[in-house]
Design a protein. Structure first.
Length: 133
């Protein structure tokens, strides 16, 4: 029984050493994924806030324009355009982050299969709620 335990310990140790580089790489990728997912969540929240503000400003500007208050309307145009530009720039960053995350998730899943792990990382779909109308 003791010989059996020693042989198992040797084989287990050899397997761990064999899989160590893959496990280390999986851990690094997992850390990158966690940070990127957090960044994506923060960007989504920011984009939703900006989109709400854009819609509010657009509604206010439409109201001003329809009531003939063009001076007040014109005073809002630059702020509105800057907000839309900021939104579009941030949306591009968001899209790139989601693409990066999904690429890393695919890399993680392929390596996990080789290493015999059962857990996979599910890609993040791009939110349709933050697309422009």
């Amino acid at each position: 029984a003791i010989v059996y335990m020693i042989i198992n310990a040797v084989f287990l140790g050899a397997q761990e050493l064999y899989h160590l580089p893959g496990t280390t790489k999986l851990n690094k990728i997992e850390k990158i994924l966690n940070v990127t997912k957090s960044e994506i969540t923060t960007l989504e929240e920011s984009l939703h806030g900006k989109l709400d503000r854009i819609e509010e400003m657009k509604s206010e500007m439409d109201r001003l324009k329809s009531s003939g208050r063009m001076e007040q309307y014109n005073s809002m145009v630059n702020s509105y355009n800057l907000l839309v530009y900021s939104y579009e720039s941030e949306r591009k960053i968001y899209s790139d982050k989601v693409d990066f995350y999904n690429q890393k998730a695919e890399e993680y899943n392929e390596l996990a299969k080789k290493e015999g792990k059962r857990w996979i990382i599910v890609p993040i779909p791009k939110s349709g709620k933050i697309q422009p109308h």
